[in-house]
Design a protein. Structure first.
Length: 106
Protein backbone atom coordinates (compact mmCIF):
# COMPACT_ATOMS: atom_id res chain seq x y z
CA UNK A 1 0.00 0.00 0.00
CA UNK A 2 1.28 3.48 -0.88
CA UNK A 3 1.04 6.59 1.24
CA UNK A 4 0.07 9.84 -0.45
CA UNK A 5 2.07 12.89 0.51
CA UNK A 6 1.30 16.47 -0.34
CA UNK A 7 4.33 18.64 -0.87
CA UNK A 8 3.93 22.38 -0.71
CA UNK A 9 6.80 24.44 -2.02
CA UNK A 10 6.73 28.04 -0.93
CA UNK A 11 8.90 30.73 -2.33
CA UNK A 12 10.11 32.74 0.60
CA UNK A 13 12.22 35.79 1.07
CA UNK A 14 14.06 36.90 4.16
CA UNK A 15 13.58 40.37 5.61
CA UNK A 16 16.18 41.60 8.07
CA UNK A 17 15.11 44.38 10.38
CA UNK A 18 16.79 46.12 13.27
CA UNK A 19 14.77 46.45 16.43
CA UNK A 20 15.33 46.83 20.12
CA UNK A 21 15.92 43.37 21.68
CA UNK A 22 13.26 44.04 24.34
CA UNK A 23 10.71 44.97 21.65
CA UNK A 24 11.49 41.73 19.82
CA UNK A 25 11.20 39.63 22.98
CA UNK A 26 7.95 41.34 24.00
CA UNK A 27 6.53 40.91 20.48
CA UNK A 28 7.46 37.22 20.45
CA UNK A 29 5.72 36.74 23.80
CA UNK A 30 2.55 38.46 22.56
CA UNK A 31 2.63 36.41 19.35
CA UNK A 32 3.08 33.18 21.32
CA UNK A 33 0.28 34.16 23.71
CA UNK A 34 -1.96 34.61 20.66
CA UNK A 35 -0.87 31.24 19.29
CA UNK A 36 1.21 32.58 16.40
CA UNK A 37 4.84 32.84 15.49
CA UNK A 38 6.20 36.35 15.15
CA UNK A 39 6.99 35.53 11.53
CA UNK A 40 3.34 34.60 10.85
CA UNK A 41 2.09 37.85 12.35
CA UNK A 42 4.57 39.95 10.39
CA UNK A 43 3.63 38.07 7.21
CA UNK A 44 -0.04 38.75 7.90
CA UNK A 45 0.70 42.41 8.51
CA UNK A 46 2.64 42.70 5.24
CA UNK A 47 -0.18 41.03 3.28
CA UNK A 48 -2.69 43.44 4.83
CA UNK A 49 -0.40 46.37 4.01
CA UNK A 50 -0.27 45.33 0.35
CA UNK A 51 -4.02 44.66 0.19
CA UNK A 52 -5.22 47.88 1.85
CA UNK A 53 -2.25 50.17 1.20
CA UNK A 54 -2.68 51.47 4.75
CA UNK A 55 -0.69 51.09 7.94
CA UNK A 56 -2.47 50.89 11.30
CA UNK A 57 -0.76 51.30 14.61
CA UNK A 58 -2.31 51.39 18.04
CA UNK A 59 -0.43 53.30 20.65
CA UNK A 60 -2.35 52.48 23.78
CA UNK A 61 -1.72 55.12 26.35
CA UNK A 62 -2.21 54.43 30.01
CA UNK A 63 -3.39 57.99 30.55
CA UNK A 64 -5.57 60.07 28.23
CA UNK A 65 -3.86 62.64 26.03
CA UNK A 66 -4.20 66.37 26.71
CA UNK A 67 -6.50 66.59 23.68
CA UNK A 68 -8.77 63.90 25.12
CA UNK A 69 -8.86 65.53 28.56
CA UNK A 70 -9.72 68.91 27.00
CA UNK A 71 -12.48 67.32 24.88
CA UNK A 72 -13.95 65.58 27.93
CA UNK A 73 -13.92 68.83 29.91
CA UNK A 74 -15.62 70.67 27.04
CA UNK A 75 -18.23 67.94 26.83
CA UNK A 76 -18.82 68.14 30.59
CA UNK A 77 -19.32 71.93 30.33
CA UNK A 78 -21.80 71.46 27.48
CA UNK A 79 -23.78 68.93 29.51
CA UNK A 80 -23.90 71.25 32.55
CA UNK A 81 -25.08 74.14 30.33
CA UNK A 82 -27.77 71.94 28.77
CA UNK A 83 -26.16 72.04 25.32
CA UNK A 84 -26.78 68.38 24.66
CA UNK A 85 -29.48 65.97 23.54
CA UNK A 86 -30.30 62.58 24.96
CA UNK A 87 -31.73 59.78 22.84
CA UNK A 88 -33.43 56.56 23.84
CA UNK A 89 -32.03 54.70 20.82
CA UNK A 90 -29.83 55.17 17.79
CA UNK A 91 -32.81 55.51 15.43
CA UNK A 92 -33.95 58.65 17.27
CA UNK A 93 -30.42 60.06 17.14
CA UNK A 94 -30.14 59.46 13.38
CA UNK A 95 -33.58 61.03 12.81
CA UNK A 96 -32.47 64.10 14.75
CA UNK A 97 -29.27 64.39 12.70
CA UNK A 98 -31.23 63.95 9.44
CA UNK A 99 -33.56 66.75 10.53
CA UNK A 100 -30.61 69.09 11.22
CA UNK A 101 -29.02 68.24 7.87
CA UNK A 102 -32.27 68.89 6.02
CA UNK A 103 -32.74 72.23 7.84
CA UNK A 104 -29.22 73.27 6.85
CA UNK A 105 -30.00 72.50 3.19
CA UNK A 106 -33.05 74.80 3.26
Amino acid sequence: MYKVYTIIIMNTSVINIKTNPKVKADAQKVANDLGFSLSALINGYLKQLVKTKTAHFSLREKTPSKYMIDALRESERDIKMGNCRKFVNSKDAVSFLDKIINEDKN
